[in-house]
Design a protein around this ligand. Structure first.
Ligand code: ASP
Length: 579
């Protein structure tokens, strides 16, 4: 038996007079007393059914019971609509099916929300995801995601990369998050970790003579959730032997250009510019600069060394932003709150009004050369940060993005990818009073800074790079350490004892001692990429079955309790017995 002769998006004038059988979901039903109209929807589109009691009394009797999201099969004759009933907004809007036979294949209980309803609570949407996914927006996102993955596979295969799966039950891989752990019945008291990334495996694959590896890999990171952060992510994970950073950049530019071109018909500007981390910090106050607008940070540390204004003279760094607007007192108060929430102590400013007159409590302390440098067009506000360099960067970077939104400075038609390069090897962790890797501990320092790793860790530069598009970090990667001796030096600096090195990474250290070629790789996040492509502000809207903001799946109820029997089998006793 065949369920249907055509799909709901296919009927057109060319088929008028033919007998068609359609099957699909009821998107809308209008009962005009006698005539019943049904919009029938399937994957391909929507067709209008007309059920006329005079023509098909049995079908008409059934039609009165039909509700939204019932699944129907309808057979009839395709007819042209009268001119006044043509619907130009519907691709099939100039025809309709005069139904002769109707069958209800499946009914539906009353819906928890209507598919065309806006602003439905997210948890409710995820709970009834099978309904939510029927909406055009989610259909588009999930289909575009599939298209993106298939383009990526095509390009990676063409570039000679071999797709290889790596274990999901593994050993912890340090990417800076907490691990999800999996107990095992056969080895009580021991735990697998779900991979934060396939980092060590991909290095081992290249060491194993798979010179070009890739995988569409699932990664698990137990982190707090945000609109742009989920715990289960998908990455295009790749690694290659004898790498040259430029080769990886070119490959990624090719892959991303193909994705943008084929998914949304946009030509990305290649090659993507490269910007050193230090420059990004200085000019944009962040390692994820949004280059769609200017509003660049300027530097005034030298100029203000002997300033009369003590706050400037005594600060390690003085930097400023020229905002193209005369901001009011209350605007400035709000911005000061933003600055404080990013660690700033206050917010000094100079406001130039429409006449070019300056309004500011600090102007009287500033010298002629200072005022000359800060002097701006009428209708401009200059905002200052005077602090330690990372704090000054962070505060002005946050003000920059905040003001770009507030003043509508962002050209949303633009795509501005950029490679951020030359990251520091280590960051100083104030709480732990220790160095932590800026990327991960397998990242190679530049040959020029290898010698100062121990003596001046803060100045060592990593061969690491990020891809940033419109202010969103899409991926990170690096050239790796391929000599055992250098790897143990890094572990030593990170205060990982030789015993712990052996226990956690012994297998990698052994592999590095048995002919490891120079290698490096990259891993762009697929969820974030599709989020940008689809213009979705929420990552969960590009994932078929996401968890909600609390990390819970309201649909299945996971994570769920397990039975006492399962706990006993795993050798686990809960501190808090399940209630
Ligand atoms: N494993 C890294 C990450 O997931 C990427 C890489 O270094 O290739 O961020």
């Amino acid at each position: 038996m065949t369920w249907r002769s055509h799909r709901c998006g296919e009927p057109s004038k060319a088929l008028v007079g033919e007998r068609l059988t359609l099957a699909g979901w009821v998107a809308r039903r209008r009962d005009h007393g006698g005539l019943v109209f049904v919009d029938l929807r399937d994957e391909s589109g929507v067709s209008q059914l007309v059920i006329n009691p005079e023509r098909a009394p049995e079908a008409a009797a059934l039609a009165h019971d039909i509700r939204n999201e019932f699944v129907l099969r309808a057979e009839g004759e395709l007819v042209a609509r009268a001119d006044e009933t043509v619907n130009p907004r519907m691709p099939t809007g100039d025809v309709e099916l005069q139904v002769d036979a109707l069958e209800i294949l499946s009914t539906s209980t009353p819906l928890p929300f209507q598919l065309d309803e806006e602003g439905v609570d997210e948890t409710l949407r995820i709970k009834y995801r099978w309904l939510d996914l029927r909406r055009p927006r989610l259909q588009r996102n999930i289909r575009m995601r599939a298209q993106m993955i298939s383009i990526i596979r095509r390009e990676m295969d063409a570039a000679g990369f071999v797709e290889i799966e790596t274990p999901i039950m593994a050993k912890p891989t340090p990417e800076g998050a907490r691990d999800f752990l999996v107990p095992t019945r056969l080895q009580k008291g021991r735990f697998f970790a779900l991979p934060q990334s396939p980092q060590i495996y991909k290095q081992l694959l290249v060491i194993s003579n798979f010179e070009r590896y890739y995988q569409i890999a699932r990664c698990f990171r137990d982190e707090d959730l945000r609109a742009d952060r989920v715990q289960e992510i998908t990455q295009l994970d790749l690694e290659m032997a004898f790498p040259d950073r430029e080769v990886i950049f070119e490959l990624m530019e090719r892959v991303f250009s193909a994705v943008w071109r084929e998914c949304i018909d946009v030509e990305l500007p290649t090659p993507f510019p490269r910007m050193p981390f230090a420059e990004a910090e200085l000019r944009y106050g962040t390692d994820k600069p949004d280059l769609r607008y200017e509003l660049e940070i300027e530097e005034a540390t030298e100029l203000t060394r002997s300033s009369e204004f003590g706050v400037f003279a005594n600060a390690e760094a003085v930097r400023f932003l020229r905002v193209p607007q005369e901001l009011s007192r209350s605007d400035l108060d709000k911005l000061e709150e933003v600055a404080k929430s990013w660690g700033g102590k206050g917010l000094a400013y100079l406001v130039y009004d429409e006449e070019g007159e300056v309004r500011s409590p600090i102007a009287k302390f500033l010298s002629e050369p200072e005022l000359a440098t800060f002097r701006s067009d009428p209708g401009t506000t200059v905002l200052f940060a005077a602090d330690r360099p990372p704090v000054a960067a962070r505060v002005l970077g946050a003000l920059r993005t905040h003001l770009a939104e507030q003043l509508d400075l962002i050209d949303r038609s633009k795509w501005r990818p950029v490679w951020i390069v030359d990251f520091p090897m280590f960051d100083w962790d104030e709480d732990a009073q220790d160095w932590t890797p800026n990327h991960h501990p397998f990242t190679s320092p530049t040959p020029e800074t290898e010698a100062i790793l121990e003596s001046d860790p803060g100045a060592a530069v990593a061969q690491a790079y990020d891809l940033v598009v419109n202010g969103t970090e899409l991926g990170s990667g690096s050239i790796r350490i391929h000599r055992r001796e250098l790897q143990t030096r890094i572990f030593d600096i990170l205060k990982i004892s030789p015993e712990e090195q052996q226990a956690r990474f012994g297998f990698l250290l052994d592999a590095l001692a048995m002919g490891a070629p120079p290698h490096g790789g990259f891993a762009p996040g697929m969820d974030r990429t599709i989020m940008l492509l689809a213009g979705e502000p929420n990552l969960r809207d590009v994932i078929a079955f996401p968890k909600n903001q609390a990390g819970v799946d309201p649909m299945s109820g996971a994570p769920s309790k397990i039975t006492q029997e399962q706990l006993d089998e795993l050798g686990i006793r809960l501190v808090e017995p399940p209630n």
